[in-house]
Write a protein that binds this ligand. Structure first.
Ligand SMILES: [Fe+2]
Length: 250
């Protein structure tokens, strides 16, 4: 099953030009996110069927990216929402059957993928839909931290001054809106604020163990117009708090 899934995904991406860095990045991102999503499912002691489901959602969550990059040469969702487009490909164009055919899980897959780039999980998701939406949100963010720590994502904004709204949200431990991101300072805080949206014990443990956040903060240690030590401490404290809790922070 795993081999079939992985090969089918590779065959799908072959239709696109893997010489384009963003296509290649998203291709490898998919496999890592699938593995992470599965590990979260294991950590939650979900059934084998649900572990597989987490893997499938992880692998397919960015399936809409490839067409987006080809058509728009951009990953900016203001031109085309890649999550909604992915759901369209899978369930309107029926691409899903190439990968997975347990129809009783289709709604869960569609909702988790549609939601993964949205600010919040919609109120009308049921418990199971919320669970898998949270799993993919966490797995995706963990890999974004990996990519940033390893310079596969390089911050592209300039300017050491934080925008007031970004600072306010960061301090309030709230996610930061992409549209508010104007400077390098904003971009760093926006990425760091992803930790506020993490749900599972596994994710906090993973970040503590890999030290990705420390690596990112050291890499982007610049003369900002705010107290960078305060930011560091705040993030590390948050991580410590949730990684020491034995319960899942859901
Ligand atoms: Fe995505």
């Amino acid at each position: 099953m795993r081999k079939h899934l992985n090969e089918t995904f590779a065959a799908y991406v072959k239709k696109y030009d893997q010489q384009i860095p963003m296509i290649d990045l998203k291709y490898h991102h998919a496999y890592r996110v699938a593995e992470l999503a599965e590990k979260i499912a294991v950590s939650l002691q979900l059934s084998e069927e649900d572990q597989e489901l987490a893997y499938v959602i992880g692998l397919l969550h960015d399936i809409g990216r490839f067409q987006q990059v080809e058509d728009y040469d951009s990953t900016d969702d203001k031109y085309m929402d890649h999550a909604d487009f992915g759901v369209y490909l899978l369930f309107d164009e029926n691409l899903i059957y190439q990968f997975y055919n347990k129809e009783n899980n289709f709604a869960v897959i569609a909702k988790a993928i549609a939601n993964h780039n949205k600010k919040n999980i919609a109120a009308n998701y049921n418990k199971r839909e919320r669970l898998f939406a949270k799993i993919i949100r966490d797995a995706d963010k963990l890999d974004i931290f990996y990519l940033t720590a390893n310079d596969e994502i390089v911050f592209w904004k300039a300017g050491f001054e934080v925008s007031p709204l970004v600072w306010q949200n960061f301090i309030a431990e709230k996610p930061i809106d992409y549209r508010d991101m104007k400077t390098l300072a904003d971009q760093l805080l926006l990425f760091l604020a992803f930790v506020y949206d993490l749900n599972f014990h596994f994710s906090f443990d993973y970040l503590k163990n890999t030290k990705y956040l420390e690596i990112i903060m050291n890499k982007y240690n610049k003369p900002y117009n705010f107290d960078f030590n305060l930011v560091r401490q705040k993030i590390m404290k948050y991580l410590d708090y949730y990684s020491q809790k034995t319960e899942n922070a859901v």
